[in-house]
Design a binder for this molecule. Structure first.
Ligand code: WTA
Length: 691
């Protein structure tokens, strides 16, 4: 149990029981108070005195081109990754063995006899060499309120928090759920878990109470960290209330630490602990846990084509090495850069390229709390100018939204510090690529379209700006990263050879960042990723290899859709909708959407005698999906149909529904295998009437 340094433990609210506001010392404390900071007050990168991370060509001087290095990494993975792991990570006990895989069981081990602590690698070693360098540049929701946090400060806060967790009985291997705004507290919480060997499970703070509860339960988390509220796009979000509703369904939870973001007075229950107060009792030294390379670092829940979201499990050394290596080489990161990845820490992009990759490399990393259009569509570029950002990494959906506004929203801000632009999460179409490259980057920056997944831990396919003489082409991720061997497969499992070909995108090599399992369900891991194409990791995406051998992503081949860059299983939406008493059957598909990438389209059959009007039912369904999953999962369209296209064995043919939802009734293909082919015309008729 927690020790308490207070005679009266906090009982009623996030501030002290007396009502006076107790604040944690240092940067975790924040408020919405405007602190206008002029450009000269900002320390873009602080003290830059350490030795820069060597280029790959310095590590392997005999290798000159990207192709040479890439081939070497595939031919000699142990030498390649072993050398990088030795030179770029700080070990508690150096490894002797680089890999010990058991591919037939889908068990992968990197550096299995080595020991390191991820938090030491991300913080202590930099705090030792350049304590005053800015680690985090927190760009809060309101422009002009940025807060720099140095490596020394980050170390102090992380250690305090780790001490709080340890004193509260959180130990090695325990899962801790984090439901937090993009903030230094979120980063310190992730690192504090790593410090004591606990396993964090960050849940995106836009997910509903029910979605949070199911993730807490699946992970068996006993501890939750949250804040009173969050602020995004000028709106206040009641985080603590969501946590309360979730925790009410989770008997496993024994304690909830409540930090402050807005200093609002929130109701505190018996399991709640005011974090600021707990922090003020702890010191800034915390002995790091000795961690095996393959100890779990974190779980991150993501959608699959069937069933509930799965807890993708990443371990310590291999993940960190892969995140750091890709951060350095995909983005051509150099000492002194200000790395701006505007993803939320609740997604894998936030884990690998806001937190672990940049911090492992001792970078200054931006934490962006706001939205692309708050308070206006110039927000991104105003932030770039104010913080002196050198790298800007975002999602295509944001670009597609912004390119609809006047160019002046971009041009009016100084973007001369930008050197590399990046995009992730969905295909980057030509229009968005050119807008980003030509207007934002003034054709002077390198733009990298990066393809990867929660399961891959880091970027898998991407142009490499630091590759000598490697051209970058528009709107395709192009080249596999070190250690990655893309393989295209046919439906029957055969490999598609040659150029100018399409296939299911698989990986025929083992890279250090690969997720090791699905938490608590290794069989599902094997079935999902390794059974569809024997001997390969299957990504779920399709790809095209062009005449030059470069890769283009053609989109998901399963029932996962991509809405505003968020992965969503259509089955999850269907399950939520089926809870409505008037709904008899439902099938959800994605359809092309100009801004969102894909929109959600729901076909449904209502029961014969409904309790409510159609409009009432649709409204209920919107609420239901929002409360079961999140706002982005709510279908754009609910189409009531007389039936669904089913095969004789009763399987819904979604391919047909996708064509109807995309308004391409002329491209339905063969429908003769349906139990009742006439149903298709009645669905098309319903679609046309609904337009
Ligand atoms: C899609 C995000 C096209 C893809 C890091 C993948 C992309 C899924 C790209 C993973 C890209 C990601 N071009 N599609 N550059 N990057 N995707 O797990 O369908 O949230 O399987 O990871 O996003 O989404 P996840």
């Amino acid at each position: 149990r927690r020790k308490s340094c207070h005679p009266h433990p906090p009982l009623c609210c996030a501030s002290s029981p007396e009502g006076s506001v107790s604040k944690a010392p240092g940067p975790l404390r924040s408020s919405l108070r405007a602190t206008s900071v002029s450009k000269s007050d900002v320390i873009p990168a602080g003290d830059i005195t350490s030795t820069p991370i060597p280029e790959i060509t310095d590590v392997f001087p005999e290798l000159h081109t990207h192709e040479h290095i890439h081939q070497f990494s595939l031919d000699h993975p142990e030498e390649f990754w072993g050398q990088l792991a030795r030179s770029r990570l700080e070990w508690q006990r150096e490894f002797k063995t680089v890999t010990a895989h058991e591919p037939e069981k889908a068990i992968f081990r990197w550096f299995p006899d080595g020991q390191l602590n991820v938090s030491v690698n991300c913080v202590d070693r930099h705090a030792r060499h350049h304590p005053d360098r800015v680690a985090l540049l927190w760009e809060k929701d309101e422009p002009g309120q940025q807060e720099p946090i140095t490596y020394r400060q980050l170390k102090d806060e992380m250690c305090r928090l780790a001490n709080v967790l340890r004193a509260s009985g959180v130990g090695k291997g325990d899962r801790v759920a984090l439901y937090l705004p993009v903030s230094p507290l979120a980063v310190a919480s992730m690192l504090a878990c790593a410090r004591i060997g606990a396993v964090h499970s960050v849940v995106f703070a836009g997910f509903s109470a029910e979605a949070l509860a199911s993730r807490i339960q699946d992970a068996g988390a006993e501890t939750v960290i949250t804040t009173d509220q969050a602020v995004r796009g000028g709106k206040v979000i009641q985080l603590k209330q969501v946590v309360d509703a979730a925790v009410a369904k989770c008997p496993s939870v024994r304690q909830v630490f409540v930090g402050t973001r807005t200093e609002s007075q929130v109701k505190m229950g018996p399991k709640d602990i005011a974090l600021d107060k707990a922090l003020s009792c702890e010191g800034t030294e915390c002995e790091p846990a000795v961690q095996d390379a393959e100890d779990l670092l974190f779980l991150l829940y993501t959608s699959g084509s069937t069933g509930s979201p799965k807890g993708v499990a990443h371990t310590s050394a291999g993940y960190l090495l892969y995140a750091a290596t890709t951060h350095k080489h995909v983005f051509d990161y150099r000492d002194g850069d200000v790395f701006g990845c505007v993803a939320d820490v609740g997604w894998i992009t936030g884990h690998s390229y806001v937190v672990y990759g940049p911090l492992a490399n001792g970078a200054t990393t931006v934490l962006f709390e706001s939205t692309p259009t708050y308070p206006n569509p110039g927000r991104y570029w105003e932030t770039v100018a104010r913080l002196g950002i050198t790298h800007f990494y975002c999602a295509p959906t944001a670009l597609r939204l912004l390119l609809r506004y006047e160019d002046d929203w971009v041009k009016r801000y100084d973007r001369s510090t930008l050197r590399v632009l990046g995009s992730v999460g969905e295909p980057l179409n030509h229009e968005a690529w050119h807008w980003f490259n030509d207007l934002v980057g003034e054709k002077r920056c390198t733009l990298v379209d990066t393809w990867w997944q929660t399961e891959t831990g880091g970027i898998m396919i991407s142009p490499r700006p630091s590759a000598p003489g490697a051209p970058v082409l528009p709107a395709l991720p192009m080249r596999p990263m070190f250690g990655v061997k893309p393989v295209l497969c046919e439906p029957n499992g055969g490999v598609v050879e040659g150029m100018g070909v399409d296939g299911a995108l698989c990986v025929g090599s083992v890279w250090p960042g690969i997720a090791r399992t699905i938490y608590g369900d290794h069989k599902r891991y094997v079935d999902t990723y390794f059974s569809p194409y024997k001997g390969y990791y299957f990504s779920g995406d399709g790809a095209h290899r062009d005449q030059d051998g470069y890769y283009h992503i053609t989109g998901r081949m399963d029932d996962v859709i991509n809405v505003t860059g968020h992965r969503l299983g259509t089955a999850e939406v269907e399950d939520a909708m089926m809870e409505h008493p008037d709904v008899a059957e439902v099938a959800v598909v994605g359809f092309p959407h100009e801004v969102k990438g894909e929109g959600v389209f729901a076909f449904m059959i209502l029961k014969d005698h409904t309790h409510e009007s159609t409009e009432e039912i649709k409204n209920d369904l919107r609420k239901l999906v929002r409360s079961k999953i999140a706002g982005y999962a709510v279908p754009e369209t609910f189409l009531i149909c007389p039936g669904l296209p089913k095969t004789r064995s009763g399987k819904i043919m979604r391919r047909i529904l996708r064509k109807v939802a995309a308004n391409k009734p002329g491209e339905l293909g063969d429908i003769s295998t349906l139990a009742d082919p006439t149903i298709v015309q009645s669905i098309i008729d319903a679609y046309n009437e609904n337009r």
